[in-house]
Design a binder for this molecule. Structure first.
Ligand code: FAD
Length: 292
């Protein structure tokens, strides 16, 4: 069994890239092209999201199987509790293991489209800590990552209870925490300090999503309620030119990343959205991930 925390120890700053299963053949081809380009930065592993409501579950493993074949790197499948019984989750885990998946990013998931509250199905799981427990009770050697929220999860009663819940996931057997995207590093530093005070000592890996245009930023941040710095929004609003907005967004993400590295971030998880250009610009000249 590989413990995911090994990528983030002894001066090693793990680098991971998050993909999602595309809906078309053209999307798949472009994803694999991006993966090939991202290999230049020495990533430690790739992850692939798991569709809400089970829409793309089979595809997640298909994408990861191909990424693993092409890159010879370990891969992580995201997995949620949405719409599945514990037995169905066990079956997915067995299949993921059979296909060589190394790690699971264990999540509760969001309520399906049109619903506002997460409801476990009969015989299903209610929270991600139960999913971590279930994975650990199975005979597969998965490393496990869980989600953390520097700006507090939208449904949490308050920051303290969100941390208590995070601690439950850690105690259930998570190896590392990957954070929700955020654009103000102070939120991450505060969260990291609060985790330590709460007795959470596993690596906390910042998750960054470079903004490449203003519309995308507004959509994403309204979905997960991340705060955008006013200065960044102002700059993006100055000019509608796509190339210009891309440059501004990526420059912000690069500065954010360099500041995190200077302040001892464990590593870096990039939400690359199946495209490599923004990540390539962000990572130019940075020493992260495995040596080539
Ligand atoms: P949980 O940890 O279960 O927490 C959910 C809420 O319940 C929180 O408010 C928490 O404070 C509270 N809570 C937790 N345990 C308890 C308890 N025992 N009692 C009371 N309250 C509790 N979504 C997808 O659909 N597919 C993906 O592939 C995907 N990948 C992601 C990857 C990362 C790195 C991140 C950060 C998020 C991802 N998400 C994904 C989104 C995620 O599913 C949502 O943020 C979801 O709303 C919460 O998932 P969770 O695992 O954090 O839930």
């Amino acid at each position: 069994m590989m413990n995911l925390s090994e990528y983030y120890t002894a001066g090693r700053r793990g680098l991971s890239f998050e993909l999602f299963p595309p809906k078309t053949e053209a999307g798949l081809a472009s994803l694999y092209e991006s993966v090939d380009r991202l290999m230049a930065f020495g990533p430690d592993y790739f992850t692939c999201t798991y569709g809400a409501g089970g829409s793309t579950q089979g595809l997640t493993l298909d994408v990861l199987t191909e990424v693993r074949r092409r890159t010879e790197l370990p891969v992580a499948s995201h997995l949620t509790c949405v719409g599945a019984t514990a037995e169905e989750i066990r079956q997915f885990l067995a299949e993921a293991n059979r296909r060589g998946t190394n790690f699971i990013v264990a999540l509760r998931g969001d309520p399906p489209k049109g619903e506002t509250k997460f409801q476990a199905v009969e015989g299903g799981l209610h929270y991600a800590n139960e999913l971590v427990e279930l994975i650990r009770s199975e005979p597969h050697p998965f490393g496990i990552a869980v989600a953390g929220y520097p700006e507090v999860h939208q449904e949490a009663v308050d920051a303290q209870s969100d941390l208590d819940n995070l601690k439950r996931k850690v105690d259930a057997g998570a190896d590392i925490i990957i954070t929700q995207l955020f654009y103000q590093n102070e939120d991450f530093y505060q969260f990291r300090d609060d985790c330590v005070k709460r007795g959470i000592t596993i690596p906390i890996v910042p998750g960054l999503l470079p903004i490449t245009n203003l519309k995308q930023a507004q959509r994403i941040t309204s979905m997960c309620k991340a705060k955008l710095p006013a200065t960044l929004v102002e700059r993006l609003s100055e000019n509608e030119d796509a190339d210009w907005q891309f440059e501004i967004g990526v420059q912000h993400a690069r500065e954010q990343m360099l500041d995190l590295l200077e302040n001892e971030a464990a590593g870096m998880h990039l939400y690359v959205l199946n495209k490599s250009q923004a990540a390539e610009k962000m990572l130019e000249g940075c020493e992260l991930g495995s040596p080539a």
